[in-house]
Design a binder for this molecule. Structure first.
Ligand code: 5AD
Ligand code: SF4
Length: 334
């Protein structure tokens, strides 16, 4: 098989399992070459489950009235961030549904405080937000922004994300880069209605964006959504997609996603030897964490930050890699 760049047919065949051994070995070899076995941890604080949108696949969708919503105060968010800093985690990801309970100014103050009190990189994952606010938060010290496209199939996007505009979201990625953020995006594999060739196209489109971080995680049906009865994504296919992304994007930060671990316990550690170099771990307080119910299983096990980290560190060791307290900035800029 030829080396990358891979074409659409080759990628589709690889997603179908044409040559797993070649694919996974190649992804591991590139990953080790670029990162030298270093695995970065990102602590996620899921500070608000409020969302104005209604994505058909997501448990936080506005129409899900089964969910009791919460929003943490800035003081509580800061406590979570400090608990992660105390464990030598280099990055915090502040994530929420797409809604504004905290004002943009309150949020900017929080970022300033985090940067003052810790040495952590700050990633924001707040959905589509006005450019003025994105600018304000960048000025306040935010380093990165994560905005997943979810799928590049425009028709599927329109169906699964009612009221959302594909082109507008894509444009936000350009705005984020212009503002100086490191930019991340990603997709869900195995979405109902997604074809293998569609997934292959997604991987090529993601690659053409030259992202600093890229993720692919399998679809998990949520019982309180219109997609409750759909089949879950295939975890082997999701791992193949991740490995292909590594071949196409040697220097990108690519996480071993939690959705993968939920569907297939053990997959997280395996992913670290198949192209993944990042693990994201929730440090949302237990009393609200289970309410951040994007998909079943998310934050289901209530563990102290230290215990969670211990489990993650053993996964990392199991994969032959080592945990790094570094902030893990993008290699694309080197
Ligand atoms: N299965 C898998 N991933 C999902 N997400 C949302 N709902 C699901 C689901 N049912 C992912 C999306 C979103 C992130 C917060 O969680 O990629 O961006
Ligand atoms: Fe809201 Fe994001 Fe879930 Fe869509 S995927 S409903 S925007 S939290």
């Amino acid at each position: 098989m030829s080396s990358s760049p891979l074409g659409l047919t080759e990628i589709t065949n690889l997603l179908d399992g044409a040559d797993d051994s070649w694919l996974f070995k190649g992804a591991e070899s590139i990953c080790s070459h670029v990162f030298g076995g270093e695995v970065f941890l990102r602590a996620i604080v899921e500070f608000s489950s409020h969302c104005r949108k209604n994505c058909l696949y997501c448990g936080l969708r506005n129409s899900n009235k089964q969910l009791s919503r919460y929003c943490l105060s800035p003081a509580r968010i800061l406590e979570c961030v400090q608990s992660a800093a105390a464990e030598n985690i280099g990055t915090v990801v502040l994530q929420s549904g797409e809604d504004s309970i905290l004002t943009p100014q309150e949020f900017a103050c929080l970022i300033v405080q985090i940067k003052k009190e810790t040495n952590m990189a700050v990633t924001l994952s707040l959905g589509e937000q006005p450019e003025d606010d994105l600018f304000l938060w960048k000025e306040a010290g935010a380093d990165r922004y994560l905005l997943k496209m979810e799928t590049f199939d425009r028709e599927l996007y329109g169906r699964l994300r009612p009221g959302c505009e594909f082109e507008k979201r894509l444009h936000s990625l350009t705005v984020l880069r212009k503002l100086g953020y490191e930019v991340g995006s990603g997709i869900i594999s195995g979405l109902p209605g997604q074809s293998k060739e569609g997934l292959a196209r997604d991987l090529l489109e993601l690659t053409s964006l030259e992202l600093d971080m890229i993720s692919v995680g399998p679809f998990i049906p949520h019982p309180d959504t219109p997609l409750a009865g759909s089949a879950a994504g295939n975890t082997l296919e999701a791992m193949r997609a991740m490995a292909i992304l590594r071949l196409l994007n040697p220097e990108a930060n690519i996480p071993a996603t939690s959705a993968l671990e939920i569907l297939d316990p053990g997959a997280r550690s395996l992913s670290l030897s198949r192209g993944g170099n990042v693990i994201m771990s929730s440090v949302t307080p237990d009393d609200v964490g289970a309410g951040y119910n994007i998909y079943p299983g998310k934050n289901a096990v209530a563990l102290e930050v230290r215990e969670k980290l211990h489990a993650i560190k053993s996964d990392i060791t199991l994969s032959g890699k080592f945990f790094s307290g570094n902030r893990g900035f993008s290699k694309r800029k080197d």
